[in-house]
Design a protein around this ligand. Sequence first.
Ligand SMILES: [Zn+2]
Ligand SMILES: [Zn+2]
Length: 170
Amino acid sequence: MMKINIIEANEKLGSPISFEFAAKAQDIDAVDESYRFDGDIIVKGELVATGRGYRVKGKIFCTKSFVCDRCLEEASQQQEHDFDEEYRKKAPGYAEDDQDVNYFDGDLVDISQMVRDVLLSDQPLNNICNADCRGLCLKCGANLNHGDCGCDRTVIDPRLAALQQLLIKK
Ligand SMILES: [Zn+2]
Ligand SMILES: [Zn+2]
């Protein structure tokens, strides 16, 4: 569904041909168990025939929704991801071991797999609603972003804590 026809680009060697696609995350299999992409994933970019192959550059726009790892609330973020890839038509004797090149057949460059890979690999390891998220109180579980619960969260060295216990018992 994200296929770019190269015929026009071939006729205008060196000039960018622009493209734009919209797809649902499920359509391109951009699915992960710890977050989801809501609404349309928009892809805008340009394809240039270089003579050797095709350079495909652009941006992916999406809305990511997830449960924050720190405060456990639903959050959603607008994201933009850049891509800049090289595609080459399969020709007799082509070497598919070139990791930096994507190969295709026919007159259509299908970028959906690449878009999926960029979307998923560009995600941070942790899903945090906001860099300043204060998380939950370890004592009462209150969301500290909504204000302080008043608990004493001073972390006491366990050895000192044991000593304190002894002192209390006396
Ligand atoms: Zn949070
Ligand atoms: Zn608390």
